[in-house]
Design a binder for this molecule. Sequence first.
Ligand SMILES: Cc1ncc(C[n+]2csc(CCOP(=O)(O)OP(=O)(O)O)c2C)c(N)n1
Ligand SMILES: [Mg+2]
Length: 318
Amino acid sequence: MDKKLALDLLEKMLLARKFEENVQYYFSLGMIHGTTHLGIGEEATAVGTCLALEKDDDMFATHRGHSAAVAKGIDLNGMMAEIFGKVTGVCKGRGGSMHIADKDVGVLGANGIVGPSMALACGAAFAHKRRGDRAIAVSFFGDGATNEGIFHEAMNLASVWRLPVMFVCTNNLYGMSTHISRVMKNTNLADRAIPYGIEAVTVDGNDAEAVYDTVSAAREKILSTGDPMMIVENTYRISGHSKSDGNQYRTKEEIAEWKKRDPILLHKQKLIERGLATAAEIEALEEATTEQLERAVKYAIDSPYPKVEDIYEDVYAE
Ligand SMILES: Cc1ncc(C[n+]2csc(CCOP(=O)(O)OP(=O)(O)O)c2C)c(N)n1
Ligand SMILES: [Mg+2]
């Protein structure tokens, strides 16, 4: 990892973290409606993965997709305005937190439904294969989603059709309040790729550099072999599942242990240890990212809501 990559990873993780902290705050004030799913603690998975992709690669996020969209390069102002439901949002304020999309930067959508991103990514990968444009499609999904039929259908299809798709499982150990060990005998998720003849690699999802290296190598391999791959990124969701979460299903000690492995903390320590950044450079990035988010929030708050008379615009069904 060179200095530029080290700082890029840090910057994107800080933007992702601060984006979500702002969303949480304005949600609590009643200024953001609907629901949100935060991935605080999981930033290295989204950022390490998306920084290893090219702009033309397509990325499908989950219901917990803010960090991935930030990392793939979506405009922060437009994304914040979207979550505030404003007309200047990337989807004109009609999508909100779980439907963030901007195809110009390869964000083909977050998804409120658990699972379908895997099938959608197969479609996008098929298009890349037909065009021969040397780009791939990436689907994020959770550990819980691997128990859904669509996971097995998508893995099978990608395997037999030899699609350039990367299945990225963000294993945060829980599906809502259910621990992985209560719903799977074998919790080694990489084993789930074996029946489909798909190569799977497991990586420490709290280590941004390791995620970046793993995904970069996998992307090259997918392009050179033409076959799909699965990456299992082991991490932990420090934030609650959704807007209300009493954390009844896990202990304070468990959360505290994982907070010691906060991916941003680990990355900063690594940068200092290796002489890739000084404390002053890190502080400057902290300030710059805070200011970027302040501007994004101001932009969102100052923007107008969509007009009621425009409600039928962009509606494709008659
Ligand atoms: C098809 C479907 N079933 C159930 C839900 C309700 N639901 C929302 S998130 C979630 C848990 C998903 O767990 P996982 O795939 O591990 O992702 P995580 O929330 O941990 O990021 C569930 C069951 C849904 N949105 N869609
Ligand atoms: Mg999960």
